[in-house]
Design a binder for this molecule. Sequence first.
Ligand code: S3P
Length: 176
Amino acid sequence: MKSSIALIGFMGTGKTAVGKALADKLSKEFVELDSLIEQIGGKTIPEIFKEDGEIAFRELEIESVKQVSEKKNTVIACGGGVVLNKINIDRLRKESVIVYLTASPKMILKRTSMDVTDRPLLKVANPALTIQELIKFRKPFYERAADITINTSNLSVDSVVKQIISRLREDEGFNL
Ligand code: S3P
């Protein structure tokens, strides 16, 4: 029986907000993978990207997933690029149901431009175009990894949490 949930999806699909609320509702521990990466790396994500590059960031991401993937009764909010290395999903799948949050590129642009989180990959001249291109490339990776998919575009955090819980209830392999 699985007892953890890993939230995946593009930047700005609500993984952190939904993850916190879901963990609260189900009385599970909440882990933000990006925070763990910063702890292990000893610097912020923008610093890691700037000083060491994206590949070094991905290595830290792999190490962080390795550390959390054994945890039971935990909600893990993953960074948007976690699906890029198959080993991450293979590890997460052991204890977690993988929930994929989606949103329209327009909504993602709106949310990420309002958000205080510093996202190096979107610090470009044309973030709208970058979002479109990255989504196009990553979509098959997200879809392949997903056990449950929820479109969050027009939903409140509470409604997303409710939908996830009702889908988990149908899942016989999950210990709610
Ligand atoms: C990234 C997403 C970010 C963070 C890093 C790279 C990505 O996490 O891990 O900036 O490759 O999509 P969020 O999805 O939580 O913003």
